[in-house]
Design a protein around this ligand. Structure first.
Ligand SMILES: Cc1ncc(COP(=O)(O)O)c(C=O)c1O
Length: 411
């Protein structure tokens, strides 16, 4: 019996006390952004109230404390994802999107040229598509896609053919639309067998299950703090030390240099080479607290809790609505997480979301920044409900009641 208690997580999360349209909030948009516990908010307040100073520069006490907080967050993140080389492999960025731009611009420009292939999948978020198209414009690389099957999985039947000339595979660990969890470890083995590296988009996976970049044997990992109970404004780019050391800088300015002269500059080593300017210090304090909070919950417990919620929701949606509500994603919890996209027959996703708002239910209608995937399934949009560690079966109850009303209203 696990000691995980979602009600305790709820009690720790002030945003869940909000009343919306006369109803207690039912937050089902953790896939877009998650709600921080008090520990995260307090860590950020502590920085602003007690040790607001810049990092890596001054020697006075509060500045040393700010630096310790900032670097402590790097240590916490390294531990959380089991970075084999420790904190020296963890770069703070603005978000997952910036992490992929860093990868494509810095590593991509230095290592890829015309004729080389980057292999993505059809279920990628735009954050893991557009930077590669931009690199293609600059270098003439080819961008290729692993197709998605009719049952919402990666079609790996021709992966060996797809791997020809591939230098980098870049895929999401979990789809933000389908909920599909991809076989990252197997893909890493395939990529390496073909002499390619592999980057993984952890935006949707990192807050919902154990992450072990060493065990997965991957080469790059990207995620955002705000999807893992942390603040907006900070994300992570991880790669192995030997790769990071060989990557050219991304942005230039203060903090990332070893020396600047009138005739040129030299770069600092380690992650700071990629952290030009004053970094997100309060946000790092919040991210460190989020990581420690999640570790306290136990990521295996979080995964088990969300799998149970998802299984219950999939069963009940099927029983309640049959064909009126189609789940755009795997039908059971085998290799799928707590992101449930719905297509409600005859009702536009924005209308569904608006009716749900009347019940205090927060869901996301739209294309979810995955337009190629929406085209694959001939859908302009879906309405997406997504769970977090604070979610309860009661949230699904309210969702189903709201969906019932939406269908009645637009029938
Ligand atoms: C799978 C995936 N990748 C990347 C992103 C981009 O994250 P951010 O907007 O924090 O950069 C998201 C956000 O929804 C996502 O779900």
């Amino acid at each position: 019996m696990s000691s995980f208690d979602a009600r305790r997580v709820r009690a720790d999360t002030p945003a869940l006390a909000r009343i919306i349209n006369g109803q207690r909030i039912t937050y089902l948009d953790s896939g877009a952004t998650s709600l921080p516990p008090r520990a995260v908010i307090e860590a950020m307040s502590r920085y602003y109230e007690l040790r607001h100073a810049n990092v890596h520069r001054s020697v006075f006490q509060t500045a040393s404390e700010a630096t310790a907080t900032y670097e402590g967050a790097r240590e916490s993140v390294a531990h959380f994802i089991n970075a084999p080389g420790g904190a020296g492999e963890v770069v703070f960025t603005k978000n997952t999107t910036e992490s992929f731009n860093l990868l494509a611009k810095s590593w991509g420009e230095a290592n890829l040229s015309e004729g080389d292939v980057v292999l993505l999948s059809e279920m990628e978020h735009h954050a893991n598509i557009v930077p590669w198209f931009m690199l293609r414009e600059r270098t003439g690389i080819e961008v290729r896609f692993i197709p998605v099957t009719d049952d919402f999985r990666l079609d790996l039947s021709s992966v060996d053919e797809l791997m020809e000339d591939v230098k980098l595979v870049s895929v999401t660990a979990m789809s933000n639309v389908l909920g599909t969890i991809n076989p990252v470890k197997e893909l890493a083995a395939t990529a390496h067998a073909h002499g390619a590296l592999i980057a993984v988009d952890g935006a949707q996976s990192v807050a919902h299950d154990v992450t072990d970049v060493a065990d997965l044997d991957i080469d790059f990992f990207a995620f955002s703090a705000h999807k893992m109970l942390g603040p907006t404004g900070i994300g992570v780019f991880w790669t192995r030390a030997e790769i990071l050391d060989a990557m050219p800088p991304f942005l230039g300015g203060g903090g990332m240099i070893a020396d600047v002269r009138l005739d040129g500059y030299s770069c600092a080593g380690g992650p700071t080479r990629f952290e030009a300017g004053t970094p997100p210090i309060a946000e790092a304090a919040g991210l460190g607290a989020a990581v420690r909070y999640l570790e306290g919950l136990g990521m295996a417990n979080v995964a088990e809790h969300e799998r149970a919620l998802t299984g219950d929701a999939l069963t009940r949606l099927g029983l309640e609505f049959e064909d009126r509500v189609r789940v755009i994603g795997p039908a059971d919890t085998t290799h799928r997480g707590g992101v449930i996209s719905l297509d409600v027959e005859g009702v536009h996703p924005h209308d569904v979301a608006q009716v749900l708002d009347q019940f205090g239910v927060c869901v996301r209608p739209g294309h979810h920044c995955a337009k190629p995937l929406m085209r694959r399934f001939s859908l302009p949009a879906t309405v997406r409900a997504s769970y977090g560690p604070y979610s309860l079966v009661r949230d699904t109850d309210v969702l189903i009641e709201g969906l019932r009303h939406a269908i009645e209203m637009f029938a």
